[in-house]
Ligand binder design. Sequence first.
Ligand SMILES: NC(=O)c1ccc[n+]([C@@H]2O[C@H](COP(=O)([O-])OP(=O)(O)OC[C@H]3O[C@@H](n4cnc5c(N)ncnc54)[C@H](O)[C@@H]3O)[C@@H](O)[C@H]2O)c1
Length: 167
Amino acid sequence: MQTPSGSKCHCDRGSPRHGVCHCKGLFNEGARVAILDIDEKGVMDSALQLDGKYGRVIGRRVDVTNRSEVEALVSEIKSLWGSVGILVNNAGGALNTPYILEEIDEKDWNLVVDVNLKGAFLCCQAAIPEMARKGRGAIVNISALAATGGPLWLASSIQPPRPGSRG
Ligand SMILES: NC(=O)c1ccc[n+]([C@@H]2O[C@H](COP(=O)([O-])OP(=O)(O)OC[C@H]3O[C@@H](n4cnc5c(N)ncnc54)[C@H](O)[C@@H]3O)[C@@H](O)[C@H]2O)c1
């Protein structure tokens, strides 16, 4: 990831925890960063590692498929820091579900679609009014590699291309 002023945080294809990389890039640019994840211990550890002392990072256990949890975090950010300027929709991926078509059951399908699509939808719905109020904002939607091509086995994670999206 390269931030507007050029500092870089490198994510290799296949490396885990892309979200941590995005957070580091923004933190290094001086941003205040709210990290959310459904994994409470993971998100608290990440927040602590990123900024143990300056109070520019918070970590919260939030399920992106749950509207009230997402809205509560946006309200908290607003009261702590005034507004939301940048939203990175990163939660998602294949989420350890099978990728062979015949092996995917409906529960797996619903999970992947809910986290990848509904999660981004709910986060955008919660954050955009704050950005509009301030007259500016940026949204980065992280997609699967399948969105830019890739091998056939990735077909189960193909997402429609979105304007301005990069894999
Ligand atoms: N790993 C790769 O090679 C790769 C390549 C291209 C794009 N991506 C994309 O990058 C993003 C992150 O992938 P990653 O490889 O870092 O995976 P990862 O599994 O390390 O990160 C995904 C995170 O989402 C969290 N999560 C799952 N369900 C959630 C929910 N309901 N609410 C909140 N958080 C939830 C998980 O706990 C996990 O920490 C995904 O959107 C993926 O499609 C990954």
